[in-house]
Design a protein around this ligand. Sequence first.
Ligand code: ARG
Length: 401
Amino acid sequence: MKIVCAYSGGLDTSVMIPWLSEHYDAEIITYTGDLGQSDADLEAIRAKALATGAAQAVVDDLRERFVTELCFPALKGGALYEGQYPMHTALGRPLLAQRLCEVAEERGACAIAHGCTGKGNDQVRFEVAAQCLAPHLEVIAPLREWELTTREAEIAYAQERGIPIPVTAEKPYSIDENIWGCAIECGEMEDLWAEPPPDVWRMTADPAEAPKGSTEITLSFDRGVPNAIDGEILPAVSLLERLNELAGRYGVGRIDMVENRVVGLKSREVYEGPAAVVLHQAHRELERIVLDRATQHYKMRVAQDFATLIYDGLWFGPLREALQAFIEQTQERVTGDVRVRISAGGARVTGRRSPYSLYDDGLATYADGDTFTREAAEGFLELYGLSYRTWGRVRRGQGAS
Ligand code: ARG
């Protein structure tokens, strides 16, 4: 039997190699995808997998695909879970799951395995994606099965088998990072009242220690996709790297939130996503000038459903495709520039322009050159207010007319 096992080189997945081969008498193929996590040394990860018992180790640079096929569609859809979380983890899982299934089929494995816990969202995302894409594959979740219920037990298990362990007792955090963001949980942050310790952050500087003053950048979008900073056209991955660095230096993009997990519990998660946060802000601003009111308002509702669907692990389900078709249609004219001022801890939009702008300064102005027909407002209010006049009269006991 062959099992393809999602492998990051961290504690859980390192222990999974010997555990899976012992319990299933299986040949282990590890799979590692680079989504832009800062510790992704693919060659070192491959070497470690092979040195600790894997028969084969597959590694892929998925950054470009991740950004263009997952992150940018989420950006176009305005997908922020519960209004805040840009969902780097929720977006990463479907792509990793897809590659796990593909590798399993290519290499004749009948099962895939992941290192998600039984309490989290990621098991849902991996498994529903696999059910959509390769329903014949068995999915194994060792963390839901094994006897190693504490980190100490896992560490002891790894040490007995001579596997080098990446975590130390002083930093008990669970971290998931990629180019779209970083999530940090556990440790003292399980107390909702406790401020996240200063050493947990990876992508952002402490806003209190950010450079003085501010810096201004212009972000350009082409049909909803960011493609340039200050006029310089950049490939997707470089654009994100550059914006993460710039906004991260000013401590922009920190989110401390309590969220509702799919499995029914609330959890506290601390996020960083400098580029994601700035891009969502800028993209939303551009939509404000190019979308008509009805579409703009409707899209805000779709955004919420789209975000929940992504969060809930339904990326490969039919509703995502249908909503994405709507979203794509709305992006036809989301082309233009947004100027953003970045200073300690925050980004602020200071200008926006588009060849498709629906803003008409003749209509909007309060100065000379006003083209708005003020007289028409009177008739408009006569009818627009009709039902409220009726309601008001009845409420005051004066009858309907
Ligand atoms: N709560 C986030 C989600 O469900 C992130 C999960 C991973 N977090 C972590 N710290 N390992 O998408």
